[in-house]
Design a protein around this ligand. Structure first.
Ligand code: GLA
Length: 379
C-alpha cells in the first residue's frame, strides 16, 4: 500500500499522463445510462429509483457503479453563465448525494457544441465553467457528445476540442471519467486517449435489434490494439432487457461486449427487469472476462459463414473464447487452440452454464443455437 502510494506520487510528479486515466478506468467502466430505455423521459425521481434498483438487484455488488444521466437534464444558463438543470431535475446536488449515499457514482452528459443532440444546452464556450459545476455537484463521469459541434468547428479540430474539456475536468481536481461520443469518426481510437478520453464510441448508435448489435460487432475486429487500462473502445451501451431481442440474443450481446473489454452500461429499466435479464447482467463469471486485470480487448480468431470464434487473452495465461452462431439454425462451432496460439490439452469451463467441460486436446466444439453463444474460459 505504502509502496504503491509512493510509486503513484512519484509518477505524478514526473507527469506521466496516463496514470490519471489508469486510476480512473483501470477496467472498463460499468454502470447504467438513461438513454437506451428512457431517452427524454428521465427525471430525478426515476434516477433515484434506478439507483435503488441497482443496489437491490445485486447489480452494484456485481460491479455496476455509475448511474449516468444522458441527454435532456439541462436547463438554461443563469446570468453568470452557469449551467442549471431543468425542472425535471430540481436539485442536482441533492440527487448526486442520494446516489453517492448508496455506494454508487453518478454521471452526466453534455456536448462541445452549442446544443446537444436532443437540442438542449451544450458546453460551447463554457467548458471550464461547466467542468467546475459538475465537480461542485460531485459528478464522477461525463459523456461528451459531438452533435452540434459540427456546426461550429471543422472536423479536424475534434481532438483539440475534446482535449479542452479533458483538461478542464482534470483542472477541477475531481476524478471524472471522460467518455468521448463522436460515433467513431476520424479513427478516434488512434487519438482518443491523447485527447484525454477514458473511452470512445467506435460506431453510430446501437438500437435494440439483433441486426444493429451484429453490425456494431462487425466493426470492432482490429481495434483491439487501441484498448487498454484507462482507455477503452466503446461499442455503445447495452440493450439487454429492453425487449427487442431474445434472451439468447442478449446473452450473445453481453458475451461479445465482455470479450471486447467494452464498458458495460446497462440501458434497461432496472426497476422492472425479468429474472432472466438480471441473470444475464449479473453473471459474475462473464463479467470477470470484461474486467480481467490484463485489460486486453478480444478479437476474432475464426470465421466460417455465420460461425465466428472470438478470443480474449486473460491474466495468468488463460483465455476467454466465444463460439458465436450468427445464423438462423443451430450449428456446430469449433474452436481450435492453434488459432490463438495454444497447443496440447486445456481445461474448459462454460461460463453461462457454470460448468467445467473437462480437458480437451487441440480443439473443442459445441452445437450452438441460432443467434446464440457459448462462452468459455480456457485454462
Ligand atoms: C447521440 C448519442 C446517444 C445519446 C443521444 C442523446 O445520439 O450517440 O448515445 O446520447 O445522442 O441525444
Amino acid at each position: 500500500m505504502l509502496r504503491s502510494l509512493f510509486t503513484s506520487t512519484a509518477l505524478a510528479l514526473m507527469g506521466i499522463p496516463l496514470l490519471h486515466a489508469q486510476q480512473l478506468a483501470a477496467t472498463p467502466p460499468m454502470g447504467w445510462n438513461s438513454w437506451n430505455h428512457f431517452e427524454a423521459r428521465i427525471d430525478d425521481q426515476t434516477v433515484r429509483q434506478i439507483a435503488d434498483a441497482m443496489v437491490s438487484s445485486g447489480m452494484r455488488d456485481a460491479g455496476y457503479v455509475y448511474v449516468n444521466i444522458d441527454d435532456t437534464w439541462q436547463g438554461a444558463r443563469d446570468t453568470q453563465g452557469n449551467i442549471q438543470s431543468n425542472a425535471r431535475f430540481p436539485d442536482m446536488r441533492a440527487l448526486v448525494d442520494y446516489v453517492h449515499a448508496k455506494g454508487l457514482k453518478i454521471g452526466i452528459y453534455s456536448s462541445p457544441g452549442p446544443k446537444t443532440c436532443a437540442d438542449f444546452e451544450g458546453s460551447y464556450k463554457h467548458e471550464e465553467q461547466d467542468a467546475r459545476t459538475y465537480a461542485a455537484w460531485g459528478i464522477d463521469y461525463l459523456k461528451y457528445d459531438w452533435c452540434s459541434a459540427a456546426k461550429v468547428y471543422p472536423r479536424t479540430d475534434m481532438p483539440r476540442v475534446y482535449k479542452l474539456m479533458a483538461d478542464a475536468l482534470k483542472a477541477t481536481g475531481r476524478p471524472i471519467v471522460f467518455s468521448l461520443c463522436q460515433y467513431g469518426l476520424d479513427k478516434v481510437w488512434e487519438w482518443g486517449a491523447q485527447a484525454g478520453g477514458n473511452l470512445w464510441r467506435t460506431t453510430g448508435d446501437i438500437s435494440d435489434k439483433w441486426a444493429s448489435m451484429q453490425s456494431i460487432v462487425s466493426k470492432q475486429n482490429g481495434l483491439e490494439k487501441y484498448a487498454g487500462p484507462g482507455h477503452w473502445n466503446d461499442p455503445d451501451m447495452l440493450e439487454v432487457g429492453n425487449g427487442g431481442m431474445t434472451d439468447t440474443e442478449y446473452r450473445t450481446h453481453m458475451s461479445l461486449w465482455c470479450l471486447l473489454a467494452a464498458p458495460l452500461l446497462a440501458g434497461n429499466d432496472l426497476r422492472s427487469m425479468t429474472a432472466a435479464t438480471q441473470a444475464i447482467l449479473t453473471n459474475r463469471e462473464v463479467i470477470a472476462i470484461d474486467r480481467d486485470a490484463l485489460g486486453r480487448q478480444g478479437y476474432r480468431i475464426a470465421k466460417d459463414g455465420a460461425n465466428e470464434v472470438w478470443a480474449k487473452p486473460l491474466s495468468g495465461g488463460e483465455w476467454a473464447v466465444g463460439l458465436v452462431n450468427a445464423g438462423p439454425e443451430t450449428a456446430k462451432v469449433t474452436v481450435r487452440w492453434k488459432d490463438f496460439g495454444l497447443s496440447g490439452k486445456h481445461r474448459v469451463r462454460d461460463l453461462w452454464e457454470h460448468r467445467d467441460r473437462g480437458a480437451h486436446k487441440d480443439e473443442f466444439w459445441y452445437e450452438v443455437p441460432a443467434h446464440g453463444v457459448v462462452l468459455l474460459r480456457i485454462k
